[in-house]
Design a protein around this ligand. Sequence first.
Ligand code: TXA
Ligand code: MG
Length: 341
Amino acid sequence: MSKKKLARGTLLLKNDVASINYAARIIRRGGTVAFPTETVYGLGASALDPAAIEKVFQAKGRPTDNPLIVHIENSAALASVASFVPDMAYLLAEHFWPGPLSLVLLKSDFIPPAVCAGLSTVAVRVPDNHIALDLIRASAVPIAAPSANRSGRPSPTSWKHVLKDLAGSIDAVIRSPGCVIGVESTVLDLTSHDPVILRPGGVTREELEQVLNRKVAVAGASSDSETPLSPGTKYRHYTPEVPLILVTGSGVKVLKVVKALRQKYETRGLKIAVLEASLTAARFGRPADVKALASGLYGSLRSLENSGVDLIIAAAVKPRGIGMAVMNRLYKAADRVIKVC
Ligand code: TXA
Ligand code: MG
């Protein structure tokens, strides 16, 4: 490996074989390494080492009652992290792994309680990123990894975002091009009779329903619109440093209100940023536009907060496909939601 670079004490690693092996040694020795996945950057530590897990919670400032996702190399490793693996889990793994789907299962004794915040369950997934997979293989342990941001901040989709939040608090970060999907994995609870989406994410409800050939419920969705509920659930998340107003409702009216709000605040001398990708996605509703919005969402929020604006305005998209994950994150990021009838 070439000369090591540091950012406030955090090692900046390349993503070649030697660097990944080096990162794996850090993990095996109880350290913390931020690594890319297809969704967002994760902050990894050995899932078998309670002291390393404690470092992850400390670095993020994460409430200790919020459990971590365990990342494994393939579905063969499920049997060691879970005490019971229903057939449905293998079916889903076959279709969606490697990929952005975390399955909540009954945990095995192999996984220490600290990883799962004392719960009897564990969330597990196989990431679809060759650097992440090489790191898991080289570490030879399952890797527990939350998103690599300070708790409450937008998740990181580049190593630069990781450094902004965590430089000096973690041992290393592996540099790589950005994360493609841009929002986190779907968390699906398989511990009861009926599967339930606990967090919408990269694998859509429609995709799950197609493979399972049944309806899949979303926890916390209001029964009328099936839109994930607005902020105020347990923790605020994904919050940029600048206030964000979310305008929800149907198509053209939303666009009009966004325009009017911009004018109103600009006349008051405020610098306004409109989340342009949300306008495009709201205007046309094309799947490709919603995907692009998801992919750039956290990066946009982070760059807007650095651009000197006073207020960010975002338009709602339909909570279908990946749009459900986008809306879940926008609701949680919003300081104010304006509903246009
Ligand atoms: O895409 C992702 O999932 C990223 C990458 C790094 O894999 N990870 C991620 O981790 O988003 P985190 O910690 O930021 O979010 C994990 C979510 C939290 O909402 C947590 O409450 C939930 O998964 N979770 C973890 N274990 C759980 C469990 N046993 N039961 C219910 N929810 C769980
Ligand atoms: Mg997170």
